[in-house]
Design a protein. Structure first.
Length: 402
């Protein structure tokens, strides 16, 4: 049995954060009904990559990745008939996940308090840039603004350039995963209380706690407001990226014994390990890291990433090659763990998909179906589950309610 089997989820949101939360819940066995805008669908359908670079809303790589394992319907709750139908659906739903702004949701009478009055057992999870309360609650936001507000971007980039934002919508994915974790806790609470609750996720808060925590403590204890150091970190050498024969290598040794094993056992350079100038790794990092880089460079440039990686694994040194995504896709370690799964889609064809960021021995996360085409489950959900006749469904479709 899958851990969330029998749990009904309605996902009413777009792009990344709410859909990624829904993806995690679907993989755990929940029945996730994805609600999209009639005609256009989720915004993610407009984002690539697309097969052969041919834009197709049914073959967006981003949409396909985020929405495996879900049923898809179209519905416009801004229209009276659509709102009535949506409320009927929510009245028999265990979990709602949305990432629309509070003002948008509350204007339709679908805020958390409204939903709990309609369905006291519902868990209403809102995943917004700044949360459901506070002065920023209704401000529009995106990954770029969230990471800037959380204090993360300030420390990313070269010291003499403007700050950068980590790539690939990382704050949205982090918010979606945080929402899924909080929803699981709310489900446990419902077992005791019999009541649902509001799960309020502000996307910038996970980053302000998980990732900016170190910079907060540095400010509290040392008064340092943050700094950018490019490809290195100036606390203990090495914490950097350096070129080798066929690419880049990530060198991070948090323990002195790891660094010594690299110098002595891997590089066969005991002279560097014993040299008085290089014994204090903090001094090296702060005062002359480029000098140490130059001493490592000839050895690194004579060897490939995999050759160095093999030596490091042999001597328990936690350095790793910087890989391209095609190399990640073909990594034998991930293959043995079954991380990538191939799924057939009626439009996009057969493609590999990533699994969950965790594995469970007794109730494994799994993908059983491809992402839905636009409105493919309208008849199943509105007709079979909610009892709408075919004539009623046709009328709703003609009036763009579904």
């Amino acid at each position: 049995m899958r851990v969330l089997e029998g749990v009904r989820v309605v996902e009413w949101g777009e792009f990344v954060s709410a859909p990624y939360c829904g993806r995690i819940l679907a993989g755990l066995g929940a029945e996730v009904v994805k609600v999209e805008t009639p005609g256009s669908g989720d915004e993610a359908r407009l984002h690539g990559p697309f097969p052969n670079d041919q834009p197709n809303p049914e073959a967006s790589g981003l949409f396909l990745h985020l929405n495996v394992g879900k049923r898809g319907v179209t519905l416009d709750p801004a229209k009276p008939e659509g709102l009535a139908l949506f409320r009927r659906l929510l009245s028999e739903t265990d979990i709602l996940v949305t990432n629309y702004r509070p003002s948008q949701v509350e204007a339709l009478g679908l805020g958390p308090e409204d939903l709990l009055a309609l369905n006291p057992r519902i868990i209403a999870a809102t995943v917004t840039p700044y949360g459901w309360t506070g002065p920023y609650r209704n401000l529009p936001g995106c990954d770029l603004t969230v990471l800037a507000l959380a204090g993360v971007s300030f420390s990313v980039g070269e010291p003499d350039r403007e700050p950068l934002t980590p790539p690939y919508f990382m704050s949205d994915y982090q918010a979606g995963l945080t929402a899924a974790s909080a929803i699981m806790t709310a489900l446990f609470a419902r077992e005791d209380t019999g009541r649902g609750q509001h799960v309020d996720i502000a996307a910038f808060e996970p980053w302000a706690t998980y990732h900016a925590g170190a910079t907060v403590t540095t400010f509290v204890y040392q008064g340092v407001t943050g700094h950018r150091d490019g490809r290195r970190r100036p606390d203990l050498y090495p914490y950097t990226l350096l070129p080798c024969k066929d690419g880049l290598l990530c060198l991070i040794a948090r323990e002195g014994r790891q660094w010594k094993r690299f110098l002595v056992d891997v590089m066969q350079r005991e002279d560097l390990a014993d040299h008085e100038r290089y014994r204090n790794r903090r001094v090296v990092a702060e005062e002359y890291p480029e000098e140490m880089d130059a001493l490592l460079s000839p050895w690194l440039m004579e060897r490939t990433r995999e050759e160095i990686f093999e030596l490091c694994r042999k001597h328990r040194v936690p350095f790793a090659p910087v890989r391209r995504i095609d190399e990640v896709l073909n990594d034998p370690h991930l293959a043995e763990r079954g991380f990538f799964r191939t799924i057939d889609h009626p439009v996009a064809g057969s493609l590999p998909y990533t699994g969950a960021p965790f594995q469970m021995s007794e109730t494994p996360w799994s993908m059983h179906s491809a992402a839905p085409t636009l409105g493919e489950a309208n008849e199943e959900v509105f007709g079979v589950r909610l009892g709408c006749s075919k004539e009623a469904l046709n009328a709703l479709q003609l009036s763009s309610v579904i």
